[in-house]
Design a protein around this ligand. Sequence first.
Ligand code: NAD
Length: 323
Amino acid sequence: MCLNSKFSFLLFQVFNVAGVPIEWEEHYVGTEVDPRTESFLTWESLESVRRNKVGLKGPMATPIGKGHRSLNLTLRKELGLYANVRPCNSLPGYKTRYDDVNLVTIRENTEGEYSGLEHQVVRGVVESLKIITRQASLRVAEYAFHYAKTNGRERVSAIHKANIMRKTDGLFLKCCREVAEKYPEIAYEEVIIDNCCMALVKNPSLFDVLVMPNLYGDIISDLCAGLIGGLGLTPSCNIGEGGICLAEAVHGSAPDIAGKNLANPTALLLSAVMMLHHLQFNNQADRIHNAILQTISEGKFRTADLGGNASTSDFTKAVCDHI
Ligand code: NAD
């Protein structure tokens, strides 16, 4: 399923060339608020993901400080998408300050500051509630350690600010520690978020798998994207209840370049690769992945974010040619 029309045409081209045997159900964001979801996200699109248990979504914009409920929040809540997995790897041939970034952020996806509980206490004073529950913290910690174990990773770092938010982040850490005890083969450490940011920009190879509450995950994963060349490059996958896997790029709707055929489709294509691995279409996933890496490494067709002048469609065509 694809919730955004812009990239779907290009994506279908790549999938066709790679011979991916997938039948798509396409769903688009509605033009009116659907009373059943209280957002522009239609009930039918949610049902489609529930039924198929797998999907690929495009970025969805949310107005700042006003308007309807965030589409992404609706999606995460309704589908119980509790963990967002965001791998971040240096791309061979594309030079940045570091050539050895190889880490994965795992973001709790359903609560924290994103619980949507904000109100005005009195005029001029507003309050936002940060919710941390034992259930959601254990669930995401369990996912992070399981991910580390099954993906040959050696260490999980829990990122927090429990020195200040002693109750909320304190509970999150307590849950991580409990889960860590079940995985003695995986090293476990706790890092305060501000120190983590400094360490990441100084030496990203210090980190392996990072697990953290919602807001920190949102910020840290963009920071990590910056380490390897930007948001045009980083994929993600949302893991949900009942084995749902909903892949999406880390980036948003990029309003400054939207509709101009300038966006780098790598992040979305790599997200599609994650989805294909989930479906066990490993051969096709690897072929697409290698074609993307070759295209970037050759450097003939790079989009503007990577210093080139190729359009989105030029880049995609080059990927298809490499497949
Ligand atoms: P953004 O990720 O859309 O853009 C940030 C910067 O990265 C911009 O300069 C943009 O041009 C660049 N960029 C993003 N994707 C790119 C790509 N594929 N190729 C090249 N450059 C790329 O973040 P924003 O501007 O803060 O948010 C815009 C909208 O997107 C907001 O409404 C926000 O709520 C929404 N958003 C949605 C998601 C999602 O759907 N998962 C994620 C983040 C933001």
